[in-house]
Ligand binder design. Structure first.
Ligand code: 1CP
Length: 323
């Protein structure tokens, strides 16, 4: 999940130096620094590349703008003609500044700190491209997918290719694991979940595994509920990110025998702090830390989280046997 961001005063200062959020992501000096800021404060075992999932939409030619207080706004893609007008061949050249950031980070980070690259999953990036903004119920994308499955499938095909290439390029430049964020997986009914979450993710995992043997792929189908089991069994991911609503005891029984699990502290509790935070960290560790496990939040860190709470979390985990 996000570990950089607005909850850190030094991030807000750095952010104010870039003209806009995408320039921030495309300026290696700033993106390297934003990635490293949380590691300077806390004993984190891994760094997550500072970028955003929407850079792939931008690189395809679907212009993205991050507006203060409003979030991302995109030129909506709602027809096959608009899909045909996208520029898949431009993706890798456009994202060169991100690869430069990855190269610099891989040189700067100590051997013991893993560098995690990432991309949005095709379904989630498609939702932003079709809706044209965040914070919707994804109904324009879901409706297109039901009414014109082949047309929507064309967009998904472009995104599968671009996402796989982008992740492989991150690994070639130094990422040691990659995570695929499917933040809107949870809105889909079973048939669409299989078609637009499981199938494209399986294809991306297959391509990354073929090009980058030994590099773990972590999937995060947020809100997938009972679909988590099929997601793990059928996509071939090496690790799965759990949102905060997934019962840890169920994940230990149903998922951990097949892959590593990552999660799943409620980001609201990290912000709230206090004894309930300590109790919950302990409960998650007791339930999951005897299997393959990466402690994480169930979703990104909230901007009004007190930085001390994050420090307390890192200390608590490192104090755990084997932490
Ligand atoms: O400075 C700012 O105010 C911008 C806030 C911000 C940040 C810090 C955005 C805008 N993106 C990011 C960075 C980011 N995004 C990272 C880098 C790692 C890190 O910060 O440590 C990562 C991994 C992401 C991933 C991301 N972006 C996701 C997937 C994970 C998730 O949170 O579900 C999604 C959905 C986005 C889209 C996005 N980017 C930014 C916003 C505000 C949003 C959400 C818009 C919405 O739908 O409401």
């Amino acid at each position: 999940m996000r570990q950089a961001g607005r909850y850190l005063p030094e991030y807000r200062e750095l952010r104010s130096r870039a003209a806009n959020f995408l320039n921030f992501c495309y300026t290696p000096d700033l993106a390297v620094e934003a990635t490293l800021q949380p590691l300077r404060r806390y004993a984190m075992d891994a760094a997550i590349l500072f970028s955003d999932i929407l850079v792939v939409a931008d690189a395809l030619g679907c212009r993205v703008e991050f507006r203060e207080g409003e979030g991302p706004v995109l030129e909506a893609v709602r027809s096959v003609d608009q899909v045909t007008a996208l520029r898949p061949e431009g993706v890798i050249p456009h994202l060169e500044p991100v690869f430069e950031t990855v190269r610099r980070l891989s040189r700067e980070l100590p051997e013991s700190t893993a560098l995690i690259g990432f991309a949005g999953a095709p379904w989630t990036v498609a939702v932003y491209m079709v809706e044209g903004r965040g914070g919707t119920d994804c109904s324009t994308a879901r409706n297109w997918a039901w009414q014109d499955t082949d047309g929507f499938g064309r967009l998904m095909g472009v995104l599968v290719d671009a996402t796989a290439e982008y992740l492989i390029e991150q690994v070639k430049n130094g990422a040691e694991a990659v995570q695929v964020f499917d933040s809107w997986a949870g809105v889909l009914a079973e048939t669409q979940f299989r078609q637009w979450v499981i199938a494209p993710t399986r294809e991306i995992v297959r391509r990354v595994n073929a090009a980058c043997p030994g590099i773990p792929v972590i999937g995060f189908p947020r809100g997938a509920g009972a679909h988590y089991a099929a997601y793990v069994a059928e996509t071939g991911v090496d690790g799965v990110g759990l949102d905060a609503a997934v019962p840890a005891s169920w994940a230990a029984e149903a998922l951990q025998p097949r892959c590593a699990v990552q999660g799943n502290l409620d980001n609201q509790l990290l912000r709230a702090g206090g004894p309930a935070l300590d109790d919950e960290i302990t409960r998650i560790l007791k339930t999951l830390a005897s299997g393959p496990f990466i402690f994480n939040l169930g979703h990104g860190i909230l901007p009004d989280t007190p930085p001390d709470h994050v420090g307390r979390l890192a200390e608590h985990i490192h104090g755990w046997p084997g932490g």
